[in-house]
Design a protein around this ligand. Structure first.
Ligand code: DGL
Length: 270
């Protein structure tokens, strides 16, 4: 008889597209023995221009799909879905741990720097207009000054792999030129696509502005959840890497390969 243990079950991660792979990479680095199933909803990306109701429905079908793969936890590696859907998902699927990228990031904010007094938050239209970051940061750190700005064109730049050329810099300038004079301590990337623009953003703002993204903090939070529940994979073999996409595989792979090595990954279209 083959014994199966929940510890061997995969971690489920979903995003609207490619950006959640930034979380994937951090999870893989921290948890090499875990099996991971990723769903990139490339047929319906972007989420950031859609209403919260629509994103909630997409998040529900994505979670159902991951549950059909018998995952032991669901990580919502999309800020837009995290901003609009987490409590809804938790209520709809009470038997499985589900969390997003926003809370782990905000909880760890202070560890990034003791002296954060002014922070700029950028994200999609839906994330920024939800006010979630502004509210949660304000509640935890009432003295922090928070600026926020939606930068919707950053997502298509990343999906197209336009990461560091004139078009990238012109687009950054278009949205954020006014922040150059703001003397920001940090720029919080409230979108899982944006870490791929870190080289360009760092160049644009200079070293004095710390750039904070959610990938590492989300991965650490995941490790803690699995450890607390006693379901970390005990294998000493590298875990499997499985990626499902709802649209074209070659295009997804081509962009993914710009920033990660997908050799040995299994790709499937659903
Ligand atoms: N992954 C989404 C996020 O983190 C950005 C892409 C989209 O708009 O779907 O908000």
């Amino acid at each position: 008889m083959i014994s199966s243990d929940i510890s061997d079950a995969p971690i489920g991660i979903f995003d609207s597209g490619i950006g959640g792979l930034t979380v994937y990479m951090a999870v893989r680095k921290l948890l090499p023995y875990e099996n991971i199933v990723y769903l990139g909803d490339t047929a319906r990306v972007p989420y950031g221009t859609k209403s919260a109701d629509v994103v909630r429905q997409y998040s529900k079908t994505n979670t159902e799909f991951l549950l059909s793969k018998e995952v032991k936890v669901v990580v919502v590696a999309c800020n837009t879905a995290s901003a609009s859907s987490i409590s809804f998902l938790k209520k709809s699927f009470p038997d499985i741990p589900i969390f997003g990228v926003i809370e782990p990031t905000i909880a760890q904010l202070r560890s990034h720097s003791d002296n954060l007094s002014k922070i700029g938050v950028i994200g999609t239209n839906t994330t920024i207009s939800s006010g979630v970051y502004q509210e949660k940061i304000g509640n935890l750190y009432p003295k922090m000054q928070i600026l926020s700005k939606a930068c919707p064109l950053f997502v298509p730049l990343v999906e197209e792999g336009v990461l560091e050329n004139n078009l990238t810099f012109n687009t950054i300038d278009y949205y954020l030129s006014q922040w150059k004079a703001e003397d920001l301590d940090a720029l919080l990337l409230g979108c899982t696509h944006y870490p791929l623009l870190i080289p360009a953003l760092s160049h644009y703002f200079g070293e004095s502005v710390e750039i904070i993204d959610s990938a590492k903090d989300t991965a650490s939070h995941l490790q803690k959840i699995l450890a607390d529940r006693g379901v970390l994979n005990q294998s000493s073999q590298h875990g499997s890497d499985t990626i499902f996409v709802t649209d074209d595989i070659p295009l997804f792979k081509k962009t993914a390969n710009l920033f990660m090595n997908t050799d040995g990954f299994n790709f499937f279209h659903i």
